[in-house]
Design a protein around this ligand. Structure first.
Ligand SMILES: NC(=O)c1ccc[n+]([C@@H]2O[C@H](COP(=O)([O-])OP(=O)(O)OC[C@H]3O[C@@H](n4cnc5c(N)ncnc54)[C@H](O)[C@@H]3O)[C@@H](O)[C@H]2O)c1
Length: 459
């Protein structure tokens, strides 16, 4: 459900009250959603303990971190110093077996995400999963389906925290309120370029503090090489840009900045799965995802707009600028909506409305009154904590983010297929090229599976 359609729940009411200065009403935390646990704290596992996880430490400090899992003993020790009561693990499959867990916050590399999300939800645990929540179409569909099966009892949040930026809601409102007329096209781009030559050769055995076999987890066997890590000998500070271009560990810019930037568009267009996809880019490299690529997705009409085409550009591919005086290249990660009466260009924090000449005098556009303006989301991580404790409401749950992740993964499938693909979102099948269906999934190493029951059997 979109934020603007959400009922104003108690936290928003509280924020709104404070924002208007109407009163300094402070409710005890336990009264927010009536949870019965001591101190109203969640029992959480942190899986993937350093790197991006450091951005979560502060919020986690107000909850009970009862388990920490990391394949790197140094990173485990760093998080243990923050959360000394937690039990520690190297293998997330064992960590998820801990009996007192209620929720999991996961910051591992991307190739574990779908497996962890599915296993955790099947164990009845709430999940916050760093983006992207999945690497392939099959993974995205199964993560979403598992959430939908459990959505009346589990809270999920994909780690696209920019979504809490009020600009996301303002962009949606401007589009929905008709400022650019009828929506026709959506262009989304990111300029990050991380060329990699191919998988690295063996650099000897992994150091004793790193469990390389568990780092690889479900992915194919590769020899250890410090190239997958930033400043490996020093304390690494988030390695995702070192490994996310490799097919076995990530999905390139589609899952990196694409997860954030497409979210800015996705929030505004109420799109389901596309009916057709075409893409082109760098020559195919079996080791590494493309740096330069563009993908185009056809979406049918919905109740408030006609059929639209959504386009994703990365690594130097760019949509045409609407006017010579607007240089879209100066926006590193941006979105442009084109309607019958103008354009809206936006980045994560600002927006530019560009009506078409004389015909667009804007008298047709009535900005909404204060009352129906989407209430602020507030702290993104806190929204998930509150959801776990009873509200179940998050802005980036695995339904909303799942279809977006599936769409982005389909872009890479069309790129690899090298032709326009027709897609049936109900069955998750490509209907005009049966061979291309093999590209919807990836192989897992023996002992690893998307099926949580199989995972447990291999412990
Ligand atoms: N939301 C954001 O803005 C944002 C920003 C940066 C990274 N991320 C995401 O966060 C995730 C982690 O990125 P990072 O840069 O911290 O990566 P990283 O390679 O630094 O790994 C993070 C941590 O996970 C640990 N780890 C690796 N394999 C593990 C496994 N199998 N089990 C348990 N722990 C394991 C590492 O030792 C490390 O402590 C990625 O999915 C990335 O896309 C999100």
């Amino acid at each position: 459900m979109h934020p603007e359609k959400r009922p104003l729940h108690r936290r928003h009411f509280l924020q709104a009250t404070l924002a208007t200065g109407a009163g300094l009403l402070i409710l005890p935390r336990t009264s927010l959603f009536g949870a019965a646990r001591p101190g109203n704290k969640l029992n959480l596992a942190l899986i993937g303990a350093a790197g991006r996880a450091r951005a979560h430490y502060l919020g986690l400090a107000s909850e009970n971190v009862v388990a920490i899992c990391d394949v790197d003993e140094n990173n485990l020790a760093e998080a243990r110093a923050k959360f000394p009561a937690a039990k520690t693990y190297a293998d997330w499959r064992k960590c998820l077996e801990q009996k007192d867990l209620e929720a999991v916050l996961c910051c591992t590399p991307d190739h574990h995400h779908a497996l962890i999300a599915i296993a955790a939800m099947n164990r009845g645990l709430h999940v916050y999963m760093e983006k992207p929540i999945a690497l392939t179409v099959e993974e995205a569909r199964l993560v979403r389906a598992t959430y939908l099966k459990n959505k009346t009892k589990l809270a999920t949040q994909a780690g696209t925290q920019r979504h809490a930026n009020p600009n996301f809601a303002r962009v949606r409102e401007i589009i929905r309120d008709g400022a650019i007329g009828e929506l026709r096209n959506v262009f989304v781009w990111g300029n990050r370029q991380l060329p990699k030559p191919g998988y690295y050769p063996s650099a000897g055995p992994a150091p004793a503090f790193l469990n390389w076999d568990l780092w690889l987890g479900p992915s194919r066997e590769h020899p250890f090489n410090p190239g997958y890590f930033e400043n490996f000998k020093k304390k690494p500070n988030g390695n995702c840009l070192q490994w996310n271009m490799f097919w076995d560990f990530g999905c390139g810019q589609v899952g990196d900045m694409g997860a954030h930037t497409m979210d800015l568009a996705w929030n505004a267009i109420d799109a389901g799965l596309p009916t057709a996809i075409e893409a082109r880019g760098d020559p195919f490299n079996p080791d590494v995802t493309p740096v330069k690529m563009e993908a185009h997705f056809d979406h049918p009409a919905n109740s408030w707009r006609p059929a639209i085409r959504v386009s994703w550009y990365q690594g130097g591919a760019m949509p045409a600028s609407p006017k010579p005086f607007i240089d879209l290249n100066k926006i590193d990660h941006g979105v442009m909506f084109k309607g019958t009466k103008g354009h809206l260009v936006a980045d994560f924090a600002s927006r530019l409305l560009l009506p078409f000449g004389d015909t667009a005098d804007l008298t047709y556009y009535k900005p909404r009154a204060q009352e129906p303006v989407t209430p602020p989301i507030g702290d993104f991580q806190q929204e998930w904590f509150n959801a776990c404790k009873g509200s179940l409401k998050t802005c980036c749950n695995f339904d909303y983010n799942g279809t977006m992740t599936e769409q982005m993964a389909l872009g890479l499938v069309a790129y690899r297929a090298g032709k326009k693909l027709d897609y049936d979102g109900a069955t998750g099948r490509i209907t005009n090229d049966s061979a291309a269906n093999a590209l919807l999934r990836r192989e897992y190493r023996a002992g690893w599976s998307l099926n949580a029951a199989n995972l447990a059997a291999n412990l």
